[in-house]
Write a protein that binds this ligand. Structure first.
Ligand code: SAH
Ligand code: SF4
Length: 363
């Protein structure tokens, strides 16, 4: 019997963007390098990948041949494939990336004043089933690997000067907890993309145990911002739009927020999607105000962006303004955040659906 390994049975190489600085140093120490040297090389490699943005190990000319050939044999460095790109009249840009298994995810670049925010995906689809959200209609297909998260930022940092990162694209970040935490650690690396922890925000639909876990896991230099999708002011109302509320009702969620340790001057963001006639009354504003009492917070009011997969109406402009005014008059920090890129269907999950539609029409 021969012992050749057929091409199909060779396991795919691990992508280099899966590794944190410490993982990479360990990998190099495994080659027999002294600990200090391994750490030094790990920094050099991060610099090549994330700052000089090379896509070929051969370009890493200051590494020894041994290290270079080890990386080449064991790791992959291919860029994430962009398959679709669209620009809105308001400057928002949407990108659709194709993963190695053919699945697609989206990232959005949103310019505002002196910032350029990237909104990244953490899963293909989502399991949470929020009734107003287009991603929900796709169900959960799978979690993203660490490198599939970090490479969204790396790819777009080649063409844009990104200042902020929000985990608000497709998927529930805290449902892919470990990979999201690792991706955060990579994005924060000084020798890498060097984002400040104040410029990264993880948004969750309210997975209470994972919010508590995040409080323990992402600490000190890794303490990024937390945003909560509240979207309702009392349990039965929130439950009707966010099924997750059945498992973790509002009071438990708010307690987890109160227990989330905030550094000085940091606040939790509460996102509140306003659904016409459903949660946009002043009674709701009053309840929201009471819910966030005592929590350093800011409230983002997001008028619902309609799409065919969901039955709700956009709220009336006067209602949004009255809700906003109610909060401001009572010294509750609140902003109206209009969905960006409406003309290109930029709300959560919409480009993917559109692309899928385009693809299915084209086939
Ligand atoms: N799963 C996470 C992050 C992704 S959703 C979460 O739910 O927080 C990002 C934000 O988009 C959430 O606040 C969600 O409530 C909001 N959103 C989803 N669909 C929307 C729509 N059609 N119109 C306006 N905002 C929407
Ligand atoms: Fe998932 Fe967030 Fe959409 Fe809810 S709003 S279905 S949690 S992506």
């Amino acid at each position: 019997m021969g012992c050749e390994v057929s091409a199909a049975s060779v396991p795919p190489k691990r992508h280099l963007c899966d590794l944190r600085m410490g993982d990479l140093a360990l990998e190099l120490a495994g080659l027999g390098l002294a600990e200090k040297k391994a750490r030094y090389h790990a920094k050099q490699i991060f610099n090549w990948v994330y700052q000089r943005k090379v896509t070929d190990f051969e370009a890493m000319t200051d590494l020894s041949k041994l290290v270079r050939s080890h990386l080449k044999e064991n790791f992959d460095l291919t860029p994430l494939g962009k398959v679709f790109e669209q620009k809105s009249v308001d400057g928002t840009q949407k990108f659709l990336f194709q993963l190695s298994d053919g699945k697609t995810i989206e990232s959005v670049l949103i310019p505002a004043q002196d910032r350029l925010t990237i909104c990244i995906s953490s899963q293909v689809g989502c399991a949470m089933g929020c009734k107003f959200c287009n991603t929900a209609s796709q169900g959960l297909m799978r979690n993203l690997e660490v490198h599939e998260i970090t490479r969204q930022v790396l790819e777009l940092s080649r063409v844009a000067n990104i200042t902020n990162i929000v985990y608000m694209g497709m998927g529930e970040p805290l449902h892919n907890f470990e990979n999201v935490c690792r991706s955060v650690e990579i994005l924060l690396s000084q020798e890498g993309l060097n984002f400040s922890k104040r410029k990264i925000t993880i948004s969750t639909s309210g997975l209470v145990p994972q919010i508590r876990k995040m409080n323990e896991r992402l600490v000190g230099p890794n303490r990024v911002n937390l945003a909560i999708s509240l979207n309702g002011s009392y349990d039965s109302q929130r439950e009707s739009v966010m099924p997750i509320n059945r498992a973790f009702p509002i009071e438990e969620l708010m307690q987890a927020c109160r227990d989330f340790e905030l550094e000085p001057h940091r606040r939790i963001t509460f996102e509140y999607v306003m659904l016409g006639g459903l949660n946009d009354n002043l009674e709701d504003a009053e309840r929201v105000m009471k819910l966030v009492e005592g929590i350093p917070s800011k409230i983002n009011l997001i008028p619902y962006n309609p799409h065919p997969a969901s039955p709700y109406d956009r709220p009336k402009e006067e209602k949004v303004e009255a809700f906003h005014r109610y909060l401001l008059d009572r010294n509750v920090s609140a902003m109206i955040r209009h969905s960006r890129g409406r003309d290109i269907l930029a709300a959560c999950g919409q480009l993917k659906s559109k692309f899928d539609e385009v693809v299915s029409v084209a086939q």
